[in-house]
Design a protein. Structure first.
Length: 93
């Protein structure tokens, strides 16, 4: 697959993580160019590497590419550990 301009379209996802009556929010680094020091919910953009070298889950698509990119973004946050048994997008009862 030929690599094109990755900014032609941008897919992003954020996560509202709730557990035991608490929500996960993180503070942006003061070194960031955009909104330094602001609080936000974790998330980020889908990168071409999230799917281009990954086998397709169907003949035409990469299911879970956005979910996997969101997991990657959450794990990048300091002091956040992601348990692989948890499924994003699924409500647990």
């Amino acid at each position: 697959m030929e690599r094109q301009n990755p900014e032609l379209h941008r897919v992003t996802a954020t996560a509202i993580i709730h557990k035991d009556g608490k929500y996960l929010i993180v503070k942006r680094s003061l070194e960031k160019d955009v909104f330094p020091g602001r609080w936000y919910v974790p998330g980020g953009g889908l990168e071409m590497e999230d799917y281009i070298n990954t086998p397709k889950t169907t003949p035409d698509a990469w299911y879970y590419a956005v979910e996997n990119s969101l997991k990657r973004e959450i794990v990048k946050e300091p002091s956040v550990l992601f348990h692989p048994a948890l499924r994003l997008g699924k409500r647990r009862s």
